[in-house]
Design a protein around this ligand. Structure first.
Ligand SMILES: O=C(COP(=O)(O)O)[C@H](O)[C@H](O)COP(=O)(O)O
Ligand SMILES: [Mg+2]
Length: 415
């Protein structure tokens, strides 16, 4: 018999192996607790230790993590790959973002970043299409794809919702998108909405000669989501949308598997992410949420608007870069910029975030003084101004819809 105590989880001379998962945390030790003591408790509680010294014998497999670096408030912890069940994202979170978030040894703790080894990545499918949706679904590779969410976000009848979609599609947008809290309510049932919207989609395609599609929200209990995905595919749609944080990562993994069979792309809305990532010193970062989204295999993910728009953002550019970085052959994820966007913000957005994007606007389309179709035209024109390299004000001179949008909202960010 020998023993393990939390001190065994700190070794500043340790060098991570190539199969270790390395996590970077920022921590504030509780009063009276040294940095070293708090840092070793993080590694202990998130792997195989507890508050008391434990007795082990030689049948024990040591899956202990090691805090190997302390730099100011930042610690780095290496976890052996064998600690993690292959392809089980909830279990990963129960380790590295689990009990430690409530541990009294720290006042605050935030998981900022992970370096994922191949030994773990190979258990996950990654995206089926990634940013390839632009080319594979829409045949577009020279501009961002454009989406709109009808507003008011809930309460519109099915017929009105589909009409708004039609107006947006013929105005030049690629995608109609459901809002995060529209699923299968009595005022706008899922099946009816799917059928009516796709009928409108077909009309818009015939009229414009452009491919159009629909980010229909299937968020629900997992089996229900699978049925809704089946229905979306059987009616000829190309996408489903899932609120990935509220649905849960196990459910996302199940949906991803079904979408492989159905050939459907997944648009990930991140509603509730801010409960975990908004407080700067606690929780998990949006970067981390983006990492697990990619591993679980979503194709598009909301990652913010580089500080423009109505919602708080964390490092959109850095996250977007991570989502297209090399990850042992996993496909990339197409970033979706959304939240308080309007045509006048597009040049700044594309300047900072590039063109490999999905740009989504709700109020910035339907709030256009001349209605949804004009709003959609204005958004498409704003993107065209950037891809054609013409300053937006100059472009607006012979594009009246854009001119009206600029008159209304300028190039300022709303609040
Ligand atoms: O409905 C909207 C945007 O509507 P609008 O264009 O009217 O603001 C989305 O839910 C937000 O973009 C979510 O935020 P994020 O993209 O930051 O997750
Ligand atoms: Mg929304």
């Amino acid at each position: 018999m020998s023993g393990i105590t939390y001190e065994d989880f700190l070794d500043l001379s340790y060098t991570p192996t190539e199969t270790d998962l390395v996590c970077t945390f920022r921590i504030a030790p509780a009063e009276g607790m040294s940095m070293e003591a708090a840092a070793s408790r993080v590694a202990s509680e998130s792997s195989n230790g507890t508050w008391a010294a434990l007795h082990i014998d030689d049948t024990f497999t040591d899956m202990g993590a090691t805090t190997f670096s302390i730099d100011g408030d930042t610690i780095r912890v290496a976890y052996p790959a064998g600690l993690f069940e292959a392809g089980n994202m909830p279990q990963v979170l129960s380790c590295i973002a689990g009990n430690i978030m409530g541990m009294k040894a720290v006042d605050t703790i935030r998981l900022e970043d992970c370096e994922w080894p191949e030994a773990i990545v190979e258990g996950y499918p990654g995206p089926q299409f990634g940013s390839g949706v632009r080319q594979e679904i829409f045949g577009v590779d020279d501009r961002p794809i454009l989406a709109t969410v009808p507003k008011p976000k809930v309460g519109l009848s099915t017929e009105r919702h589909a009409e708004i979609g039609y107006e947006a599609w013929v105005g030049g947008l690629d995608l109609l998108k459901d809002d995060e809290n529209l699923t299968d309510q009595s005022f706008n049932p899922y099946s009816d909405r799917l059928t009516e919207s796709l009928a409108m989609r077909d009309e818009a395609q015939d009229e414009t000669g452009e491919k159009k599609s629909y980010l229909i929200n299937i968020t629900a209990e997992t089996n229900e989501m699978l049925e809704r995905a089946d229905e979306a595919a059987s009616q000829g749609n190309e996408y489903v949308m899932v609120d990935v944080v509220t649905a849960g990562w196990g459910a996302v993994q199940t949906v991803r598997e079904r979408c492989e069979d159905l050939g459907l792309a997944i648009h990930a809305h991140r509603a509730m992410h801010a409960a975990f990532d908004r407080v700067p010193d606690h929780g998990v970062s949006m970067r981390f949420i983006a990492q697990i989204s990619r591993l679980c295999g979503v194709d598009q993910l909301h990652t913010g608007t580089v500080g423009l728009g109505k919602l708080a953002n964390e490092d959109t550019v850095g996250i977007n870069e991570w989502m297209r970085s090399d990850l042992y052959g996993l496909k990339d994820v197409l970033p979706t910029a959304s939240g308080g966007l309007h045509p006048g913000l597009v040049p700044q957005l594309m300047d900072a975030a590039g063109g490999n994007l999905c740009i989504q606007a709700g109020g910035g389309i339907h709030g256009h003084p001349d209605g949804t179709r004009a709003g959609a035209m204005a958004l498409r024109q704003s993107v065209d101004s950037v891809t054609e390299g013409v300053p937006i004000e100059e472009y607006a001179a012979d594009h009246p819809e854009l001119a009206t949008a600029l008159e209304k909202w300028g190039t300022e960010t709303p609040r």
